[in-house]
Design a protein around this ligand. Structure first.
Ligand SMILES: Cc1cc2nc3c(=O)[nH]c(=O)nc-3n(C[C@H](O)[C@H](O)[C@H](O)COP(=O)(O)OP(=O)(O)OC[C@H]3O[C@@H](n4cnc5c(N)ncnc54)[C@H](O)[C@@H]3O)c2cc1C
Length: 401
């Protein structure tokens, strides 16, 4: 499309994105907002989204606001009052201030919502953007750089193949990214010897304490449990992380209810009540991979493709959103030299995603601490108080691109 682009009459550079998850959809919208022509390629044929709850901290909500999705995300979300932290034996050991603290300090709320609602909201915005083309049922299976462009090979499940030319490829193809592999990073994500079990139940069925508008986090030597309202407060999202020797494939492997109940048999009564609520659990394995590089030539990685992160800082979706916005801003500032723009993107994002990765890992160890380490952890939480606990993550929540 020849048009006025960045104040000049020129062809709007065409950018291809592999993967229409939260990272890919956000990047597509942000790049379109900067005037780029975007093709978003998704290997699945439909979007019957799975997933349970997702937490969106103010840094992510502010990012979505810049895409014009502020009111929609606030409508879809639930704004909890605080995170109440308990030991699995029933002692309340600390809290993290959320409402109104987050809005007052970081100019956006901390929300909990269904992953499917977030995905749908982004997808609707993509479908409503004329300069964005969404192709489903195509796998970005190969690409090659040639002078000023990148040539992609798209394949279908039935063995069909087609090609596409673009000025750059953004790999937003998730944890087991093909783009990352083709960029020369042959490492596979490492199974963290833990499985996340998730379930959604109607909030009306939950015990009263779970309806108090707070996120509850229970820490035990056998793992941890977190539960919070989602679906605008209609549903309770429960996630339990337990150790495991073997990984399970995908995001939705059925889990045995009795196994979950047995794992918490010696826990406090309210926690036992929570884990007994769901009739069905779905499991996904947790993976970890230290960040290597985020760009090479005309190709860049965003979201889980670039930096798989353990969920113990609740920043998976938030970092994916930040990546997309940062990438679009930098490409928008230098549209005639995309390769340099991608190098700058990697320089800007690497320190932040590395720090988040390290802290998420450390939190996982703190959650499982026992003996003296657990005692010191609990004393520190009590000493900091709810606002002090929240302020530890100023660098996360207050981040501006
Ligand atoms: C089905 C599902 C359920 C999830 N459930 C939860 C949850 O309950 N709670 C939680 O905290 N997080 C969940 N996550 C993870 C969370 O969405 C991500 O950690 C975070 O949002 C970052 O997203 P992403 O876009 O980088 O990756 P993803 O969300 O993994 O998206 C990657 C996308 O790329 C597509 N793709 C992969 N390879 C190719 C290819 N070669 N060509 C084209 N397309 C490709 C995939 O089909 C997918 O749509 C889930 C992810 C998925 C895919």
């Amino acid at each position: 499309v020849e048009r006025i682009f960045q104040g000049r009459l020129m062809q709007a550079p065409h950018i291809a994105i592999s993967g229409a998850g939260i990272a890919g959809l956000t990047a597509a919208l942000a790049l379109a907002q900067k005037g780029f022509a975007v093709t978003l390629i998704e290997k699945r044929t439909g979007f019957t989204e799975t997933g349970a709850g997702i937490q969106l901290s103010p840094n992510a909500v502010r990012g979505l606001e810049t895409l014009g999705l502020g009111s929609a995300i606030r409508r879809a979300g639930f704004e909890p009052e605080e995170v109440a932290i308990h030991s699995a034996t029933g002692r309340e050991i600390g809290a993290v201030a959320l409402r109104p603290f987050m809005q007052e300090n970081y100019e956006a709320p901390y929300l909990t919502l269904l992953r499917a609602d977030l995905h749908t909201l982004l997808l609707d915005a993509v479908r409503g953007t004329p300069s964005l083309r969404l192709i489903v049922g195509r796998n970005v299976s190969h690409w090659q750089e040639e002078r000023e462009q990148i040539n992609l090979t798209l394949t279908t499940e039935k063995g069909g193949a087609e090609t596409l030319e673009a000025a750059a490829l953004i790999g937003a193809d998730g944890l087991h990214s093909k783009t990352r592999e083709q960029m020369g990073d042959k490492r596979s994500p490492v199974f963290a010897k833990a499985i996340a079990w998730r379930a959604l139940v109607p909030l009306v069925d939950a015990p009263d304490f779970a309806k108090d508008g707070r996120v509850h986090l229970w820490l035990g030597r056998q793992g941890h449990v977190v539960h919070y309202p989602v679906g605008q407060g209609r549903l309770l999202n429960i996630v339990a992380v337990l150790p495991a020797q073997e990984a399970v494939p995908g995001w939705s492997q059925p889990g045995e209810r009795d196994e979950m109940i047995a794992a918490w048999a010696k826990a406090a009564q309210p926690l036992r009540e929570i884990v007994s609520l769901p009739a069905e659990w779905l499991c996904w394995s947790l993976y970890d991979l230290p960040v290597h590089r985020l760009a090479q030539g005309r190709c860049a990685l965003i979201g889980d493709a670039g930096h798989p992160i353990l969920p113990f800082l609740a920043q998976g979706a938030a970092l994916a959103i930040e990546d997309g916005l940062c990438l679009a801003r930098i490409c928008g500032e230098n549209p005639t030299d995309i390769a340099s723009a991608l190098r700058l993107y990697t320089k800007i994002r690497l320190p932040r995603v590395r720090q988040a990765h390290t802290i998420a890992r450390r939190n996982g160890m703190l959650y499982r601490a026992t003996g003296l380490k657990a005692l010191l952890r609990n004393l520190r939480m009590a000493h900091l108080g709810p606002e002090g606990m929240a302020r530890r993550y100023d660098w996360v929540y207050g981040h501006r691109d």
